[in-house]
Design a protein around this ligand. Structure first.
Ligand code: ZN
Length: 346
């Protein structure tokens, strides 16, 4: 894994020593909660408005709701203002009712009502619990946005939906994307993964991309033949790092500086995805919420960039990201407390 001279220097210098740093200035914070192979990404703006993307699994004595509340406590918030369900698989929306019973949640967003899911016989019961919890509910489609408040006099924040229900936003340009050369297709994916909500969050110069469990062919639609995407600073590795997602054409087009994978010890973290991410010339660091214990040491990122090294059931270490108004961001491994700082893309 490459670490640029700039990054290494900043790591040594520390966050507060960055040029122009304002000690105590509020940051945009992103928490990758360990939900053991599901997803839960908590975003808290400098104005302390909160948006949670997915809520992990149900059961396990409320484990995932408890871990999300620990992230909320770390962020200094007591309610979720916006909850986005990327899609209706149990590892993403199954945890919503338990969380909704524990903390106030303002508005719920998803890709639209469904009554059945071919791949999940348990969906009707889970969906009933979700519908009962989601009292104020909105459907998100490509081109929609969620309005987030900037801090008074602060840097604007935008969240734009790029894909949902298998459709992608219109391209702003008809110029062909050179990264599409050699793009491949896979068998059509009829599962709800392909209907995942994908969005781009912008905070000044900082850009973040999160696509839930979006799969290969829809990823290609976002990039080809002309791109609906722009390069990003932070990439949430799609679908826990499984290789039915993370189409290399999408990775090349997003060209992230940092990638964070919310995988489980035995879920996601495909060697092929780790390889393809490492091949990106822009990538300075790949973080994993878990080491994939089923692949080799070389097929995982460095231990220093891994939040959970083994299968200790109650560890649940997070990774968090703290973004300054100028786009520079700090990534924290909560197992070790190690902080690394990255400059936003030029
Ligand atoms: Zn998933």
């Amino acid at each position: 894994m490459r670490v640029s001279v700039l990054t290494a220097t900043l790591v040594c210098a520390g966050w507060s020593a960055l040029a122009g740093a304002q000690p105590g200035a509020p940051t945009l914070d992103i928490y990758y909660v360990d939900v053991e192979g599901g997803a839960a990404t908590l975003i808290v703006t400098p104005a302390r408005e909160s948006l949670l993307v997915d809520a992990g699994w149900p059961g396990h004595d409320g484990r995932d709701a408890t871990r999300i509340q620990a992230a909320m406590k770390a962020a200094g918030i007591t309610r979720i203002d916006h909850l986005v369900v990327s899609h209706y698989h149990v590892d993403h929306f199954g945890g919503v009712p338990a969380l909704a019973a524990a903390v106030p949640i303002g508005r719920f967003y998803d890709h639209g009502p469904m009554t059945a899911l071919a791949e999940d016989a348990g969906f009707p019961d889970r969906n009933s619990a979700y519908v009962a919890a989601a009292r104020e509910r909105r459907t998100l489609g490509p081109g929609d946005a969620i309005a987030l408040r900037p801090a008074p006099g602060g840097t604007p924040i935008t969240l734009d939906v790029l894909a949902a229900s298998g459709a992608v936003v219109a391209s702003a340009s008809s110029a062909p994307n050179a990264a599409c050369e050699g793009v491949t297709r896979k068998e059509p994916d009829a599962s709800d993964n392909a209907r995942s909500i994908a969005f781009r969050l912008q905070y000044g110069a900082f850009d973040f991309f999160d696509a839930g469990d979006l799969t290969w062919n829809v990823e290609a639609q976002l990039a080809c033949p002309s791109s609906r995407l722009a390069p990003v600073d932070l990439y949430q590795v799609t679908h826990h790092g499984l290789d039915s997602s993370n189409n290399p054409v999408l990775l090349r087009t997003l060209a992230p500086v940092v990638a964070i994978m919310n995988n489980g010890a035995r879920k996601g973290g495909s060697a092929a995805v780790v390889r393809d991410l490492r091949a990106l010339p822009t990538l300075q660091a790949l973080y994993q919420v878990h080491r994939n214990v089923a692949t080799s040491v070389d097929d995982n990122t460095a231990p220093a960039l891994t939040a959970n090294l083994d299968e200790t059931p109650d560890a649940g270490h997070m990774i968090s990201v703290h973004v300054r108004a100028d786009g520079a961001f700090e990534v924290v491994n909560h197992r070790t407390g190690e902080r690394r700082t990255f400059a936003s893309r030029p």
